[in-house]
Design a binder for this molecule. Structure first.
Ligand code: COA
Length: 325
């Protein structure tokens, strides 16, 4: 019996040209390179000047479409994970689909699950592929977090950056075991008991504006390693593999201490844990596809590699995906 899987056939990423180093941040708030580097692993972050979310999404998506060697007309679904859309409505995914030349009638929507947005979006798209509803999907994670950053709050403003990443997935046939190519398993979670630990100060329905990010960093930190490990472990259990089998763990890039903590919890050697936080900071829904695309582009991650994506963010939301590239 054949088994339908979703194979990643294209990757893309894009970051704005303007870079703010830690020394630049020290000119904005009372901070310094040593504090930011040792507490977070972040050295610099990219921020938009005139670009908006759809510009970043479009550029990452164009690269993914080219890399997949398909035409925009082949795409049956566009999902854009973000908490910083161009407009409240319509969805930025619809604008991006139109910019790309995706055919009229193609479903497109935004998905809001904060830093877990891409893992949620890829899970949704994979499910539609496996149900036979679509063949090819474009899944994007893109953020302009600089627009909801409180640039007077040193506790948060040093942490975030802007960027986008994208993948094209397409239906392929497998045997139904862990030797298959494509997405082998996924598991997503949320727990609203932590709603107030990491959220914006307002929102459309509450304050008629988007608000700014506020966070109880210590609470988030306490929860993050366990949640990231659980997302990875449960997805691996469903896929019928263990941490020993994987080539790479790609955790959400929020803090180097959290990333290293998850690697240790899963007993993975350092070289198997993907890290790109130094140049980007936390780009929320863009974090995983941005790192995935960068590492596929420089051939760190190669065809046939078994990769576990794991994320955790506001909500809290968290989850994991096992994918053979
Ligand atoms: N520069 C210099 N000092 C800073 C600072 C900055 N940018 N931000 C905070 N501080 C100060 C604090 O005011 C505090 O000073 P005080 O002791 O005089 O009050 C001191 O540094 C220690 O702050 P603390 O909160 O204990 O630091 P920490 O070791 O917990 O690190 C975070 C703070 C935010 C880096 C850390 O809690 C974290 O990474 N949390 C998770 C964040 C995250 O990943 N969020 C996204 C999840 S998707």
């Amino acid at each position: 019996m054949t088994y339908i899987r979703s194979e990643i056939i294209g990757h893309g990423h894009y970051t704005p040209k303007k870079v703010l180093t830690n020394d630049d941040m020290a000119k904005i708030v009372d901070t310094n390179d040593e504090w930011i580097t040792t507490r977070t692993g972040i050295k610099a972050r990219c921020v938009v000047e005139t670009e908006v979310n759809s510009d970043l999404s479009y550029k990452a998506a164009m690269m993914a479409i080219k890399n997949a060697n398909i035409s925009a007309e082949d795409i049956d679904l566009v999902v854009l994970a973000t908490v910083t859309p161009d407009y409240t409505t319509p969805a930025t995914a619809i604008k991006v689909a139109n910019m790309l030349g995706v055919k009229s009638g193609t479903p497109a929507f935004d998905l809001s699950a904060a830093c877990s947005g891409f893992v949620y979006a890829l899970t949704m798209a994979d499910n539609m592929v496996r149900l036979g509803q679509i063949k090819t999907a474009l899944v994007i994670g893109a953020e302009t977090l600089s627009k909801i950053t409180d640039w007077t709050d040193r506790n948060t403003c040093v942490l975030f950056g802007d960027g986008a990443g994208a993948v094209v997935i397409r239906a392929c046939e497998g045997k139904g075991d862990a030797t298959d190519t494509g997405i082998l398993a996924s598991k997503i979670y949320s727990d609203g008991a932590h709603f107030d630990n990491l959220r914006t100060t307002g929102g459309v329905s509450v304050s008629q504006n988007a608000g700014f990010v506020m966070m109880d960093g210590k609470e988030v930190f306490k929860y993050a390693i366990g949640a990231l490990a659980q997302g990875a472990e449960e997805a691996m259990k469903i896929a019928g593999i263990t941490a020993e089998d994987i080539d790479f763990l790609l955790p959400h890039q929020a803090n180097i201490r959290i990333i290293e903590g998850v690697g240790k919890k899963l007993e993975l050697p350092e070289e198997k844990v993907i890290v790109n936080i130094a140049g980007h900071g936390n780009t929320s829904a863009a974090s995983i596809p941005l790192a995935l695309s960068e590492k596929m582009e420089d051939s760190t991650i190669k065809k046939g590699d078994l990769v576990v994506l794991t994320s955790m963010g506001a909500g809290f939301t968290w989850g994991g995906i096992v994918v053979r590239i």
